[in-house]
Design a binder for this molecule. Structure first.
Ligand SMILES: [Zn+2]
Length: 416
């Protein structure tokens, strides 16, 4: 593999603004995702991947046939990353700062010196002195989530092509769109992916295997008030905004909130409020737990709070709609123990110790696993996603390429 080329790739991909737009009509939600997809398609074709294509939804796929495999019909392994970046921070005109031989300590970002990547908030920096870090200038996100993963997969493919002595399983390359707004696998089917197992390259740091995600639902709570001119409102107005305030006070804050939980504890998270005002307000509340059975209890808390609020506001109506989002991948991974075992074997061959981790969120793999394709998530060298304080470590990205090369070797030895 070629470290400089990996960095060049990463910088080339983050130069294209692919921020997902939550309120867009079409798919993908932003034209930059199509542009990056076209660039990758061209690069895959230039490498000689004959079936490379970008479909009408912007999803890019390609196949690298296996070599010297143990079986005539070896397992096919898919490698997946997403092209979009989070809508929470701008992804336009990213000005990356490359810090060679990081000397330790906090990193002040030059474009906005109020933005500081601190060792306190990023204790993993202590292990990375002497390494190459990539940050933003403080005015945008970096896009390591998930162009780090894209660059790692592309470099892996090119490395395998350049080193014909390396045995490996067949690989399916899959680049998805709109993952950050929950639509990463909307336009995917298991037939289209065509693999035994899939790995998303969308995790933090190095050598971590995410084997569990949250199970997730969303409550959409609509408050129907009665609007009337305040001059004649006595006994007639029902203010949906006041009702929202009352409702929110009834949700727990010291427990079962993102602010008060970590590790394996779930939460209720009101995160979006919109509406016309007094007449109607719509509140979205995330329900999260590692145990899907707990989601019903969280939904009941939302409904109970709504009932209590209705009692306080005669004339108020509240609709509570629970929308299913995704489920913990742990259960699906049990059906295909090789998914995690082979990833650990690959690390072992590299003399590295891996770590199984849990994600307090979801990945494309949560839904793919639920659909029947076991899909753990692997480290891709990024840190502090979705913010201007996002950064990546080039050495960790190199480690991810090495990991994938070994992983393809291990799967190539699998007799299926
Ligand atoms: Zn991501």
């Amino acid at each position: 593999m070629n470290r400089d080329r990996l960095l060049e790739r990463f910088l080339r991909y983050i130069a294209i603004d692919t921020m997902a737009q939550g309120d867009a009509e079409g798919y993908p939600s932003s034209p930059g995702q199509l542009e990056l997809g076209r660039l990758l398609l061209g690069e895959l074709q230039a490498m000689g991947l004959a079936d490379a294509q970008q479909d009408e939804h912007g999803i890019v796929t390609a196949t690298l046939p296996g070599r010297n495999t143990a079986s005539d019909t070896p397992p096919v392994v898919a490698l997946c990353s997403h092209l979009d970046t989070s809508p929470e921070t701008s992804g336009a005109n990213i000005k990356p700062q490359i810090i060679e031989k990081y000397a330790g300590g906090d990193i002040v970002l030059p474009g906005d010196t109020s933005k500081v990547i601190t060792v306190d908030a990023n204790p993993e920096l202590k292990e990375l002195e002497g390494r190459t870090l990539i940050t933003t200038d403080g005015t945008t996100l970096l896009g390591a989530d998930d162009k780090g993963g894209v660059a790692i997969i592309m470099e892996t493919v090119q490395s395998l092509l350049e080193n014909p002595e390396l045995p490996h399983c067949p690989l399916r390359i899959v680049f998805t769109c709109d993952e950050e707004i929950g639509h990463g696998v909307d336009k995917l089917s298991l037939e289209k992916i065509g693999a035994t197992v899939c790995y998303t390259l969308d995790g933090q740091g190095s050598s971590e295997i995410d084997v569990e995600t949250f199970s997730a639902d969303q409550a959409v709570v609509t408050f129907h008030g009665v609007n009337i001119h305040p001059a004649i409102a006595k006994g007639r107005m029902v203010n949906a905004i006041r009702a929202v305030g009352d409702f929110l006070c009834r949700l727990p804050r010291d427990i079962l909130s993102p602010e008060s939980t970590d590790q394996r504890d779930g939460f209720l998270h009101p995160y979006d409020l919109a509406g016309s005002g007094v007449g109607q307000m719509k509140l979205k509340v995330l329900l999260r737990d590692f145990d899907a059975a707990q989601l019903d209890g969280l939904a009941k808390r939302v409904r109970d709070a709504a009932d209590a609020t209705i009692k306080e506001f005669p004339g108020l109506k509240i609709d509570v709609e629970i929308q299913r989002q995704y489920r913990n991948m742990a259960e699906g991974l049990l059906n295909e123990p090789r998914a995690v075992a082979h990833a650990e074997e690959a690390l072992k061959r590299l003399g590295r110790s891996g770590k199984q981790t849990i994600v307090r969120g979801g990945t494309d793999g949560s839904r793919l696993t639920e659909m029947g394709l076991p899909t753990p998530n692997l480290s891709a060298g990024g840190h502090t996603f979705h913010s201007a304080l996002e950064w990546a470590c080039l050495d960790e990205m190199v480690e991810s390429v090495e990991w994938l090369l070994k992983l393809a070797e291990v799967w190539g030895e699998d007799k299926g």
